[in-house]
Ligand binder design. Structure first.
Ligand code: CA
Length: 250
């Protein structure tokens, strides 16, 4: 079960940029209390009550296209279906750098260390005060604002993550080296999944209208990209040839 709540009624929703928080918590009472407290602070809150629905939500393309990507994740560790540590580990493995605040009844030193080791940014043990929780959230969001890249600008599709501001691409968590043209091409494709591009359109977008070479250049770059991104370059899953038209991504 997944609920999307948009606090339209909040009198603070007129702020220029409302920070969006995804709260992953299976205990109804805590989830409701935290949601109310965060909304009162002017945050937009989305909730998931088990690990599986949280992951489905984070990885659904509709979710990222609707620009619902959270600025911060509050994550309980003991969750049904997929536990919090695995969620954290998976997101980091996929190159997701959204700040994560782990909130857990498991308060031993080892749990705390383990949480931070798998990539959480902060840890708060239950029971906690709402004031403390909000202070931690604020600190994480403030820290995030000053880091060089904004997590919401990261483009993700299945195993591929593209970090536009860092000109960096990871596949299954491993960084791949792309030339500037390959990067631009991939960035264009990822911005419009499943859209079919003709070779001429790709030339215009990536090389510029005054490019003098021929459209074979596109095929060569696609081949190089496939070698770097695909598990089986001869049977591509990402960069698909659309016979008679051109190429599409996904
Ligand atoms: Ca729990």
């Amino acid at each position: 079960m997944l609920s999307l709540q948009n606090p339209q009624s909040s009198n603070k929703s007129k702020l220029a940029h409302t920070n969006r928080i995804l709260l992953i918590e299976d205990e109804d009472l805590i989830r409701d209390m935290v949601t109310v407290a965060l909304e009162e602070e002017g945050y937009e809150v989305y909730t998931a009550n088990n690990g599986r629905s949280a992951l489905n939500m984070l990885q659904s393309h509709d979710f990222s296209r609707a620009k619902l990507i959270p600025d911060l994740i509050i994550l309980d560790l003991m969750l049904p279906e997929v536990n919090g540590l695995d969620i954290c580990r998976l997101l980091r493995y996929q190159g997701d750098i959204t700040p994560i605040l782990v909130v857990s009844a498991k308060s031993s030193e080892t749990d705390r260390v383990l949480g931070l080791e798998v990539g959480a940014d902060d840890y708060l043990s239950k029971p906690f005060s709402m004031r403390e929780l909000i202070a931690r959230c604020r600190a994480l969001l403030r820290r995030q604002r000053y880091t060089s890249s904004s997590p919401s600008s990261v483009q993700k599709y299945r195993d591929i993550s593209l970090f536009p501001q860092e000109c960096r691409v990871t596949v299954r968590g491993i960084e791949v080296n792309l030339s500037p043209k390959e990067f631009k091409l991939l960035e264009l494709f990822m911005g419009y999944p499943r859209r079919v591009w003709s070779r001429e359109q790709l030339i215009e977008q990536v090389w510029g209208a005054d490019f003098l070479g021929d459209t074979k250049t596109v095929d060569v770059h696609i081949r190089w990209l496939r070698e770097k991104l695909e598990q089986e370059p001869s049977q591509p899953e990402y960069l698909i040839t659309v016979r008679g038209f051109g190429y599409r991504f996904g």
